[in-house]
Design a protein around this ligand. Structure first.
Ligand SMILES: [Zn+2]
Ligand SMILES: [Zn+2]
Ligand SMILES: [Zn+2]
Ligand SMILES: [Zn+2]
Ligand SMILES: [Zn+2]
Ligand SMILES: [Zn+2]
Ligand SMILES: [Zn+2]
Length: 624
């Protein structure tokens, strides 16, 4: 939007200056609005003429009718004046003045002496001509009677033309169309009042805050030098971001540098490095464990061996002295020989020295015992330290043991299985590392209410290596999936639940057999019709006569205290009533041997319909 566009409507002092181009229908008019605008309501207290249409090109919406055009100048009447002689015609005020000055006769009746008067009716018709806004080329869509145009383009009229340029209220010196003035004053003007949007503390004009405060604002956003997706970082956390969290920070050492890994990488590549470098890290870890162990051992060796404490011999109690005798003897000796006194004194001193020595020996023995004790404590603490280190290393190593699930089994020769009562069973598997052990049985032709129409799937608890450390009875959900072999989506799945209502024979720990006596699962796992290719769902569960069945996950639930069912857990007749509609209990009745040679109890449905058929196990499946 150029300045020219807005200046097309002249300021008052510019009136009279020729105006910019007009459209084909533009006609210059005199100012018929003097009366209309001066008398308008809501004129912001001003009665001044706002616009002199004598010099303004107005854009009429339609070509004005012939009767509103002055016969002298051919333009729309400007302040039309009527010839009073015949009242047959009018002319613009300027046109009629020209005729009068030339003393010309009335062009209509030829009268040479004539007067003129304002032609009110023609003026009213002119006032009602439709015009467009002067700012139409800027996009203003307003149009209305000519007499309403001044009000529309009046600066003081808040509901007037939004394309009039107005000065910024913050005195920044800028002029903006009314339409953009608010946005300018609120969001763009450098002089607008502004509170720092980042710390919400510093205040002033935008110019002041942005030039003085921004360079030190603690919350001011700085771009990450690594161009990481976290985007601009507040100044106060910038250092921490680079040091500790920027995903794109490069040349960082491997977190396992302590065990000797020298790799350097970008922060976001660390998880990948750890995942892909399991083997090399384990080698480094093993080396560092061995080294640490050797160091501890050499420290232990350098300590003096433990010593046995030898108790000193008991000191005999000192003989009581007969003082009377001594006194008598002493007096006698005093009287006789001085050297004997000296001898006695010497003996006494000797006695005192011996007692001193004994005390010292006892002290030394005690000190020695104390030192031995301290030494043994030190050895003990070093041994504990070694044990702690090894336990921790074992924990680290255990993290690298992959979870046993999900586990996918392939069932071959499905067409044969579907036409017989043979079943397929999986090799036993664990729910978690050191978790519960299960076996899975699949009857492609179904049993009980699924027989001939559905596929049935059952899970059996198997005696496991870690049962001692687990909670019993087993409570949890096992998710079984049938894989769609057309694509890796639309897999079919069902959850087999072991709840407080599950009979104990199904979920109790297996102690006196290889496998639980009863299994748990849906007799109607999936309808046989749904196994084949379904073009609508784009599913196909049997391909090349194979089914792929996956134990997707096992989630554990804490067992609630449970009172044993009357008659023992094997009473399926009672307990099966508590089961969900499509669940079934199956009794183990015969023994079979799987392909690995392990003895496994195979299930035979207790239902009469199943018992009569000669069920035989087929070859064991293998995980893929
Ligand atoms: Zn006349
Ligand atoms: Zn005229
Ligand atoms: Zn307008
Ligand atoms: Zn401004
Ligand atoms: Zn700030
Ligand atoms: Zn960053
Ligand atoms: Zn590494």
């Amino acid at each position: 939007m150029s300045d020219e566009a807005f200046d097309r409507f002249p300021e008052k002092e510019e009136a009279g200056i020729p105006l910019s181009p007009s459209s084909s229908s533009s006609v210059s008019v005199t100012s018929p609005m003097r009366k209309a605008s001066a008398g308008d309501k809501g004129m912001a207290g001003s009665t001044a003429v706002i616009v002199d249409l004598e010099t303004t090109k107005v854009d009429f919406t339609e070509l004005p009718p012939q009767k509103l055009l002055c016969p002298d100048c051919g333009r729309v009447y400007r302040d039309p004046q009527l010839f009073s002689c015949c009242k047959a015609r009018s002319s613009c005020r300027t046109c009629i003045q020209g005729l009068k000055e030339a003393e010309g006769a009335c062009p209509s009746c030829g009268e040479s002496s004539w007067e003129s008067e304002a032609d009110g009716e023609t003026q009213r018709n002119v006032n009602e001509l439709y015009v467009r806004c002067l700012h139409v080329s800027d996009g203003c869509l307003w149009f209305g009677h000519l007499e309403h145009l001044p009000r529309h383009i009046e600066r003081g009229n808040k509901s007037g033309c939004v394309f009039i340029k107005l000065p910024c209220p913050h005195d920044c010196g800028e002029k903006q169309p009314r339409k953009f003035l608010e946005d300018h004053a609120k969001n763009k003007c450098p002089n607008r009042p502004y509170k720092c949007e980042y710390c919400k503390e510093a205040e002033g004009t935008y110019k002041e805050v942005s030039t003085v405060h921004f360079p030190t604002c603690p919350r001011f956003p700085l771009p990450c030098p690594n161009k990481c997706p976290e985007g601009p970082i507040p100044r106060s956390s910038y250092e921490n971001h680079i040091k500790n969290s920027c995903k794109y920070q490069d040349s960082l050492p491997c977190p396992l540098a302590a065990i000797g890994c020298t790799a350097k990488m970008r922060r976001d590549k660390i998880p990948i490095h750890l995942e892909k470098g399991v083997a090399s890290h384990m080698t480094l870890l093993a080396e560092s464990i061995i080294k640490g162990k050797q160091e501890l051992e050499s420290k232990l060796e350098s300590l003096p061996p433990p010593q046995t404490v030898v108790a000193p011999p008991p000191t005999p109690p000192p003989q009581p002295l007969n003082t009377d005798e001594i006194d008598a003897h002493f007096e006698e000796l005093l009287k006789s020989k001085d050297d004997e006194i000296f001898k006695l004194k010497r003996d006494l001193a000797q006695l005192a020295r011996e007692k001193d020595r004994e005390t010292r020996e006892l002290q030394t023995a005690l000190d020695k015992a104390q030192r031995t004790l301290e030494m043994q404590e030190k050895r003990l603490s070093l041994a504990e330290q070694l044990s702690h280190t090894l336990t921790r290393d074992l924990g680290i190593l255990r993290q690298f043991i992959p979870s046993p699930l999900p586990l996918t089994f392939t069932i071959n020769k499905v067409s044969q299985l579907c036409q017989s009562d043979k079943w397929w069973y999986s090799r036993p598997f664990y729910s978690h590392v050191e978790g519960y052990k299960f076996g899975m049985f699949v009857f492609c032709n179904g049993v009980l209410d699924g027989k001939g129409t559905h596929m049935s799937v059952f899970l059996y608890l198997v005696r496991g290596e870690y049962d001692d450390n687990l909670d019993w009875p087993f409570r949890g959900n096992v998710t079984i999936q049938l894989l769609n072999q057309r694509s890796d989506r639309q897999h079919y799945q069902k959850v087999i639940r072991f709840t407080d209502d599950t009979p104990t024979a199904v979920c109790n720990r297996v102690v006196d057999a290889e496998m639980a006596k009863e299994g748990n699962g849906p007799t109607q796992f999936i309808s046989q019709g749904d196994l084949t290719y379904n073009s609508e769902k784009d599913t196909e569960f049997i391909r090349d006569d194979c089914l792929k069945i996956r134990v997707a996950s096992v989630s554990l639930k804490t067992a609630a205290p449970r009172t044993p069912a009357p008659g023992g857990g094997a009473n399926t007749g009672t307990l099966s009533r508590n089961l969900p509609k499509d669940s079934l209990l199956i009794h183990a009745q015969s023994q079979s041997v799987d392909s690995n040679g392990d003895s496994l109890t195979s299930p035979v449905a207790k239902s009469p319909s199943c018992r009569t058929s000669s069920t035989t196990p087929v070859e064991n499946g293998h995980s893929s």
